[in-house]
Ligand binder design. Structure first.
Ligand SMILES: [Zn+2]
Length: 509
């Protein structure tokens, strides 16, 4: 009987400039499963992995699966505990035929800047050089030399908005099976250029610069030139050396070709850099411009995107809306546990006076005094319909809705990833007739309000729409957009280790 495939996951995207640190409670609130609980997963990237393994008749050694909404870095205690638990289960499962990990690629801990590199290296050390390790990643990964040399194959999402977690789990699993069957000897290369841009123009589903690069990579896959290829738009809110976007290519035993094609993707990424940088307005200017627009208007405050690691507690757009001429109608979401608790204390129908915003992450502004009437209270539970956490429940913690003048304010206690308007729906907030809707994500809002006019805003925050102003310490110049051109630019290239293939599957004792 063949040995099992170990399956595990530590999945989170981190922000070095703000938000709140992630601890074990952050993961418990979202997803923290051990051992046989992992076998029950039937959605997302791990669901795709398990399904594919079952179809191939492979047995599974479940490790642990931990995922959470983006945040600040993991506390040292949290990462040490998750890593220790994952490695302990892997050690108990040895010998394994291979290892499958569902990772993000842009996680960081207080004690490991490159969390995925640290974890992959530890797993490699434990299983030895000839046991294949395959990991899946978000296409917003920060791909490091350590990650590329520790894994045999890294395969990233193909879509943004992210719709293909399940399929990526399947693709990663198939790559591992192909390695074990001896039909794939992976030669992997990453090439990246120092383009630091937000995800505003990073969609893969519409005409656009990032979509063009991704389409080229996928055309190589379809034509059989490569085993796997993908474009990478690095999550730019880490502060680490050698960050950049470009491409990752896996060929079948042809490293030179992998390097050449990955470098082509990186060169193309550099050529698109100006198209990747968004145009920005102040909240006030966007509201003035929006009043001249016939229909609904979105104020895109991505600088406070929980899905980019922010606390979600900015009131920059809210302040501008309340100060706007003519009191236009608006909807805003704010994370503020004290304000939510105050609303729960007074109850539905009561008037409440709140100090609101910038109380979780205090770096980016000052609170606003708001008086309003409490019109809904919930426990903050909701269910995702699609995306990375399709079918899973989300937890805002105690949540409230207050109405002040023409503005509806949704108040949550914890940050949650915005996918398709699930939070607002759970609070019975109908935005159909609202003039201004504040959205705190760079892309997913297209799915909820496809015809609304969107203005991207420039307030400060840890995941801002432009990278011109973040105080990087580890990332050194030159990089775009601070440097518009770089003389003799060569992409940073990471080559995977070329490991001699082990004996084919099933022949090992
Ligand atoms: Zn992503």
């Amino acid at each position: 009987m063949s040995r099992p495939i170990a399956v595990g996951s530590i999945f989170i995207e981190c922000n070095h400039f703000g938000g709140t640190p992630a601890n074990l409670e952050t993961f418990r609130r979202s997803e923290l499963l051990y051992d046989d609980e992992v076998r029950e997963i039937n959605d997302g990237v791990i669901g795709g992995m398990l399904h594919q393994l079952q179809a191939a008749g492979r047995s599974v050694a479940p490790l642990l699966v931990a995922s959470a909404c983006p945040s600040g870095p993991l506390t040292a205690e949290c990462y040490t505990e998750l890593k220790t638990q994952l490695l302990a289960r892997l050690e108990q499962s040895l010998p394994v035929e291979g290892v499958l990990l569902g990772l993000h690629g842009a996680a960081a801990a207080e004690n490991a800047g490159d969390l995925e590199g640290d974890l992959l290296a530890a797993v490699r050390q434990m299983v030895g050089p000839s046991t294949p390790i395959v990991a899946t990643l978000d296409l917003h990964a920060h791909l490091t030399a350590t990650m590329v040399s520790a894994a045999d194959a890294l395969l990233a999402w193909e879509t943004y908005p992210h719709r293909d977690a399940w399929e990526t789990g399947q693709r990663g699993t198939q790559a591992l099976i192909d390695i074990l069957q001896g039909t794939l000897q992976p030669t992997m290369a990453v090439a990246k250029v120092p383009v630091m841009v937000s995800a505003i123009h990073g969609g893969t589903e519409q005409p656009g610069p990032f979509a063009a690069i991704m389409q080229r990579a996928k055309a190589w896959e379809r034509s059989g030139q490569v085993y796997s290829a993908g474009a990478i738009l690095v999550h730019p809110y880490l502060d680490l050396a050698e960050m950049g976007g470009g491409g990752i290519v896996i060929t079948n035993n042809d490293m030179d070709r992998a390097v050449e094609l990955a470098s082509q993707l990186a060169a193309e990424y550099w050529d698109w850099r100006f198209e990747l940088e968004p145009e920005l307005l102040t909240p006030q200017a966007a509201i003035e411009a929006g009043l001249d627009v016939a229909g609904q208007v979105l104020l895109v405050e991505t600088a406070d995107c929980c899905g980019g690691g922010a606390a979600g507690d900015s009131i920059a757009s809210l302040r501008a809306l309340l100060n706007a001429q003519g009191s236009p109608s608006g909807v805003v979401t704010i994370v503020d546990p004290d304000a939510a608790a105050a609303c729960h204390q007074v109850g539905i129908g009561s008037e409440v006076r709140l100090k609101l915003g910038h109380q979780v992450d205090t770096h980016w502004g000052t609170p606003l005094e708001v008086t309003g009437r409490v019109c809904n209270l919930t426990d903050g539970q909701f269910q995702y319909r699609g995306g990375i956490w399709d079918g899973r429940s989300g937890a805002m913690g105690p949540a409230a809705v207050i109405q002040t003048a023409q503005t509806t304010i949704a108040i949550a206690s914890h940050p949650t990833y915005e996918w398709c308007g699930e939070q607002l729906a759970s609070l019975d907030i109908d935005t159909h007739d609202t003039k201004f809707v504040v959205v705190k994500n760079p892309m997913n809002y297209h799915m909820v309000w496809p015809t609304a006019k969107a203005f991207v805003l420039d307030p400060p925050g840890p995941p801002p729409a432009t990278l011109r102003h973040l105080p990087f310490q580890q990332l050194s110049r030159p990089f775009f957009p601070l440097d518009l051109d770089i003389e003799n630019l060569q992409p940073v290239v990471h080559r995977g280790q070329e490991r001699p293939s082990d004996s084919p599957a099933g022949e090992t004792s």
